[in-house]
Design a protein around this ligand. Structure first.
Ligand code: ADP
Length: 711
């Protein structure tokens, strides 16, 4: 499978999962919102029911108050009370019967009208204390019975002579009651005396119907517990009731807001909510109902928490529309999600296609560019290689005739000629030497760039290397009255393995510059050991002069090719500004770099630190033992050579050599030239000796042996 396809599938899965997650979260949130709304609706329904019940109670209270305020009613009720008392209590006798009839007649018509208007079901006069029924307007043939344990509203009113309201189940029916105290003016005393309680009652049906009218979406039912009914009702009335209705879950439906609710209550799906109470979403058939139920407390239950609940109020709200909306919302969201997914898929697919084709195009373009640049690089390398080859060949080719020029020039300078010619030939010799050095530098640079400079470690004698170097530069130093010294520090190993040629080239450059840019004082070559670890030795090489010095601003530039601090001064000396650049490059090859410290007018100090190996094969580490090997000394100083053997030989030679005549010196010089040793100063004995000292030890030995033979 291609990367693009894999990426597409991965991206598709991520997009799909993200969208599904979003849809899921949305549906959960919407569901929670629906549930929260149903909770709020259930709570609101409960408050609405309680408000309706309260309104019914107040209405009953109004009716009772209205009737109780009728003076005739008051007087008749007072008379009735006294008659009952006079006739032995209970139902009373003939007089009580007469007054009861008068009271009934007085209220018969008006109570019918009131009942229609205010929807009350019963009107009853009770005598206190407790509750003794004096007259039931709604059931005139029943009176004289005590209801102390049934009509707690009446008992309370008779006790406290104040109005009370509440739900209560009586001997005959249950209902909402409003009970007011009835007072009457005693004709004999003119006092307003308490007579009894007047109770107006209505059924829950009225309250529930009103609730339905105000909230058509809400169905309600009031159910009464079997034990509540059995405790309060006359058994024959209860039996009559049970002929029409049946107990279920030990409850009887007392009232409903509409006919169908009774059937709904008996559905098995509602069993849970009817038995446990609470609030839940119930599915009945294809209906979704938000059902809540709570305990119904009667008047006695409200004043005495020990009393059991009278029944249960059930409120149902059809939430089919809300559920359908929720489902529609979720379905819509899924549809939008699907559309979004398809759109994103198309976008991703074409986007990826576009991007990959663009990338492929760019890749092929960059491959083409890379190929072109590779080709260019190849040809550049080839060109550089050819340039290198050309330069090295040309340098070699130039060196051959130059050797001849130098040789011939030197030969010519030894012959007798006029002073003018001598000056000319000296200039030719100097220029030829400069050219020789320059070509040498160019050749070295080419070799360095070409990496063809040999960097193979070879064994060498450090002391001899320094002696050779000093010997080479000594004549130059002497010409400028400079003291050239070398100081090899204590414990510096003499037998080493490394790159003597490269080391000598760097040192030659530094010493050459030191001499070139000094007009007096000392030029000192120093070698100090910084570290010796096993066979590895770290040496610091330094060349210090007391010459013109370099201004701080030029200290980094002097290593740039062709850079000269002052080209006019430099031109007074030989040089093309390549020397330090070359030396630094060699040092880089040796794994180090040249540092410079200089003060204008005071002098300069160049140094570099290089790691070499001690040549254990050379049997021992010859240390300089703290001996300062002052190889080269100007006219003022001359020390023995660094090697005792060489010193001894020189001692032997010094006297005979000192006695040499100029002629003999010339002959010696000639001989040395024939052996192709540089013998510029061979006409001067001291210089000759110094020259011999400057040779490497083995060469010096050879020269000395030859000289001994000659002498
Ligand atoms: P050059 O061939 O001119 O000597 P180099 O690369 O060897 O070129 O040196 C660059 C420049 O650095 C010199 O021209 C000179 O100005 C300065 N320089 C190098 N060595 C010294 C020194 N020992 N004292 C003063 N100036 C120096």
């Amino acid at each position: 499978m291609r990367v693009r396809q894999r990426f597409f599938i991965l991206l598709s899965v991520v997009v799909f999962v993200t969208i599904m997650l979003y849809v899921y979260v949305y549906s959960v949130i919407d569901n929670n919102r629906l549930m929260a709304k149903m909770d709020a609706d259930a709570q609101e329904a409960k408050y609405a029911f309680q408000a309706e019940q309260h309104a019914s109670e107040l209405r009953m209270l109004q009716i009772a108050t209205f009737v109780a305020n009728d003076p005739k009613v008051q007087q008749l009720f007072l008379k009735g009370k006294r008659a009952v008392a006079a006739e032995g209590g209970g139902a009373g006798g003939v007089e009580a019967e007469k007054i009861r009839a008068q009271l009934y007649e007085h209220l018969r018509y008006s109570s019918d009208i009131l009942a229609q208007q205010f929807q009350f079901r019963q009107l009853q006069f009770h005598l206190g204390p407790g509750s003794l029924s004096f007259l039931r307007i709604h059931q005139v043939d029943k009176f004289g019975d005590r209801m102390d344990n049934v009509r707690f509203t009446v008992v309370a009113t008779n006790a406290i002579q104040r109005a009370v309201t509440g739900f209560e189940t009586g001997r005959v029916v249950s209902g909402i009651r409003g009970v007011v105290p009835v007072f009457a003016v005693d004709g004999a005393t003119g006092e307003n005396v308490y007579v009894g309680a007047l109770e107006a009652g209505t059924s829950f049906n009225i309250a529930l119907e009103s609730l339905k009218k105000n909230r058509p979406w809400l169905d309600s039912a009031v159910l009464l517990h079997k034990h509540h009914l059995q405790r309060n009702m006359w058994p024959n009335f209860l039996a009559g009731l049970l002929e029409k209705k049946q107990f279920f879950h030990d409850m009887l439906i007392e009232a409903t807001s509409s006919g169908e609710v009774a059937g709904l209550m008996q559905q098995p799906e509602l069993t849970g909510i009817l038995t446990a109470g609470g609030h839940e979403l119930v599915t009945v058939g294809d209906k979704y109902l938000n059902v809540c139920s709570f305990a119904l407390r009667d008047f006695r239950g409200l004043t005495d928490v020990q009393q059991p609940d009278a029944g249960l109020v059930v409120l149902c709200q059809d939430v089919g529309a809300a559920i359908a909306t929720h489902r529609r919302n979720v379905n819509n969201m899924m549809l939008y999600g699907l559309l979004l997914f398809i759109s994103l898929e198309l976008l991703i697919y074409f986007g990826l296609r576009y991007m990959t084709s663009r990338l492929e195009r760019e890749l092929s373009l960059s491959q083409q560019r890379q190929a072109a640049s590779d080709k260019l690089a190849l040809s550049a390398t080839e060109a550089a290689r050819m340039k290198g080859t050309f330069l090295s060949m040309m340098s070699h080719e130039l060196l051959t005739p130059l050797h001849t020029i130098i040789g011939m020039g030197q030969l010519l300078s030894t012959s007798n000629m006029e002073a003018e010619h001598q000056r000319c030939i000296d200039k030719i010799n100097l220029s030829a030497q400069r050219l020789f050095n320059l070509i040498g530098e160019v050749l070295t640079i080419v070799k360095l760039e070409d990496s063809s400079l040999s960097t193979e470690a070879t064994p060498f004698n450090l002391q001899q290397l320094i002696q050779h170097l000093s010997g080479h530069f000594l004549p130059l130093a002497q010409n400028k009255s400079l003291i050239l010294k070398s100081k090899i520090g204590e414990r510096v190993p003499v037998y080493l393995r490394g790159y003597p040629d490269l080391l000598e080239r760097v040192l030659s450059q530094l010493v050459g510059n030191a001499i070139k840019f000094s007009s007096g004082g000392e030029v000192i070559i120093t070698i100090n050991m910084l570290q010796l670890k096993g066979e590895k030795v770290t040496l610091e090489f330094g060349v210090t002069d007391q010459g013109i010095g370099i201004a701080a601003g030029h200290l980094t530039e002097i290593f740039e090719p062709f850079y000269q601090v002052d080209s006019s001064i430099s031109r007074a000396h030989e040089g093309a500004g390549l020397g330090l650049h070359l030396a630094q490059k060699i040092c880089q090859q040796l794994g180090c770099r040249i540092n410079v410290d200089s003060t204008l007018g005071v002098g300069s100090s160049f140094s570099f630190v290089v790691q070499l190996e001690v040549d254990s094969a050379a049997s021992s580490i010859a240390c300089a033992n703290g001996l300062e090997s002052d190889t080269a000394v100007a006219q003022t100083e001359r020390e023995t050579g660094s090697s005792e053997e060489l010193g001894a030989l020189l001692q032997q030679l010094h006297i005979p050599l000192a006695n040499l005549q100029a002629k003999q010196c010339q002959q010696l010089g000639q001989q040395l030239r024939n052996k192709s040793w540089p013998t510029t100063y061979s006409d001067d004995v001291d210089k000759l000796i110094l020259l011999i000292e400057g040779y490497r030890f083995s060469e010096a030995q050879e020269v000395l042996a030859w000289l001994q033979k000659m002498l």
